[in-house]
Design a protein around this ligand. Structure first.
Ligand SMILES: [Zn+2]
Length: 114
């Protein structure tokens, strides 16, 4: 019942690859925010050192989340390539389409995600 056509899988793959490119782009554009904070912040900008460190920490956390999402996407792309896409990696039940529409990189069914 959850058979995926080639066309559907291609559409999912394109969606995942687009998101991957977006994540890489965001990571690239915010790279400077994660650079080490200068000791004397007055020379580099209007932010205080404390503020600059907070910006850096938040950016680093956001980047960690981007990298985790990129890993999930890579894994989903691998499942598409191997024919396992759309099935829960834990219990192998078909993952509802609605769930995959919302999160095409979801590796598990809802029961196993909990
Ligand atoms: Zn499951």
């Amino acid at each position: 019942m959850t058979e995926w056509t080639e066309r559907e899988l291609r559409a999912v793959r394109e969606k995942l690859e687009a998101r991957l490119a977006e994540l890489a782009d965001q990571g690239e554009r915010t790279r400077a925010d994660r650079a080490p904070v200068q000791l004397d912040q007055s020379k580099v900008g209007r932010l205080s050192r404390m503020d600059a460190m907070q910006v850096q920490a938040m950016s680093a956390e956001t980047q960690r989340r981007r990298e985790a999402e990129a890993k999930r996407i890579d894994a989903a792309l691998a499942r598409i390539a191997s024919g396992g896409y759309g099935y829960c990696v834990r219990c192998e039940a078909p993952i509802p389409r609605k769930r995959l529409d919302l999160n095409p990189a979801a590796p598990t069914c809802i029961a196993c995600a909990g």
